[in-house]
Design a protein around this ligand. Structure first.
Ligand code: ZN
Length: 355
């Protein structure tokens, strides 16, 4: 063997050893450092000033009535395809009609589709999911308001109405997750019916979020919606309780132009608006990234700009204890007004950009 081949092999060996060392020693340390740095960044976010009062544009009593209806034991946790979810679907249609939303589904307000059940299994390196046969019917509920400039693309407001159903005899009521988001969406629809935006608005109560965002996926199938028709997605999922009065806004990492808007929103809000949980692992280490954790993720995959509002997971998250009694009514109202402030400012800004 010639001298230079030996030298080459030696160099390759050194790189292999360094690679293995790097992976097992340096990578975890680097991720740990990133995770701690991100935690410190989030912890340090303290709004300059909280607003002195909460605007009174939305009716908290009516929102709580709607939330409580969806979280009632009779709904049996609204599992996609089950009687509680079907009842909720019809109840939503009644509300859409009463509010004066125009039908925007494929069968009136509805877009029906087949929901597929997932099974989890352990793959070689990680947990995997496989879809098996369709087991039941599901439906998204879509209504629209034309706006003052009906030719503009839609601002889409989404909230999933399904939850986990009954497990081992326990009802998972899903009051915060996500009766809260749906009740806020309905109240926003009432507000915007009276106070039209520039953009047309599309309100979508989504099904099957808890089964892997299948309702949102279905929206973009069967020529139902095209990304080109959509200016923006505002997704709300879990709005009604946090002991530290924090509301997360997820999506400014992908869309930094939202920062000045959110500064204005914060000035009108009494909740602590935290922009986080949207950074990838090479920026935030093992900090949870919520970019794909609810229906906004599907809009993002289709190239639609998005912002997701939601609270942090609490001890009652995905448990039978997520009930209407545990909602913090004052906080929930303040959060809903915060979402409204954002949509109003977004509508103005996008209309100015389009005009
Ligand atoms: Zn949810």
């Amino acid at each position: 063997m010639t001298q230079w081949i030996k030298r080459l092999l030696a160099i390759l060996l050194v790189f292999a050893v360094l690679g293995v060392l790097g992976y097992y020693a340096l990578y975890p340390a680097w991720q740990q450092w990133l995770t701690e740095r991100e935690a410190a960044r989030i912890e340090a976010i303290t709004p300059q000033q909280l607003a002195e009062t909460t605007p009174e544009r939305l009716n908290a009593e009516r929102m709580m009535r709607d939330l409580s209806w969806m979280a009632h034991p009779d709904r049996e946790g609204r599992e996609s395809g089950q009687p509680g979810a079907l009842a909720t679907r019809h109840w939503l249609i009644d509300h859409y009609q009463h509010i004066g939303l125009q039908p925007a589904g494929q069968q009136g307000y509805l877009q029906e589709y087949e929901v597929k059940e997932h099974i989890q299994f352990s793959g070689l390196f990680r947990q995997r999911q496989r879809q098996i046969e369709a087991i039941s019917n599901a439906a998204n509920v879509l209504g629209r308001l034309p706006g003052q400039q009906p030719d503009l693309p839609y601002i889409v407001i989404t909230a999933h109405y399904d939850h986990l159903g009954v497990r081992n005899g326990d009802i998972f009521h899903g009051a915060d997750d996500n009766a809260s988001g749906v009740a806020t969406m309905l109240e926003l629809a009432r507000y915007f019916q009276q106070n039209p935006t520039q953009h047309p608005l599309l309100f979508i109560a989504l099904d099957s979020e808890e089964k892997g965002l299948q309702g949102a996926v279905a929206l973009f199938q069967h020529q139902m919606l095209a990304a080109e028709q959509l200016a923006f997605n505002v997704n709300v999922d879990m709005l009604s309780r946090d002991t530290e009065r924090k509301l997360f806004a997820v999506g400014t990492y992908q869309h930094p132009w939202l920062h000045p808007l959110l500064d204005q929103v914060q000035a009108e809000s009494r909740v602590r608006l935290i922009r986080a949980h949207d950074r990838p692992w090479w920026r935030a280490g093992r900090t949870e990234n919520w970019t794909q954790s609810s229906d906004h993720g599907v809009f993002h995959r289709h190239g639609v700009p998005f912002l997701y509002f939601g609270v942090a997971d609490h001890p009652d998250y995905h448990s039978p204890r997520d009930t209407a009694e545990r909602v913090d009514v004052e906080f929930y109202h303040a959060v809903s007004e915060t979402v409204l402030s954002f949509i109003l400012l977004l509508d103005q800004q996008l209309a100015a950009d389009a005009g």
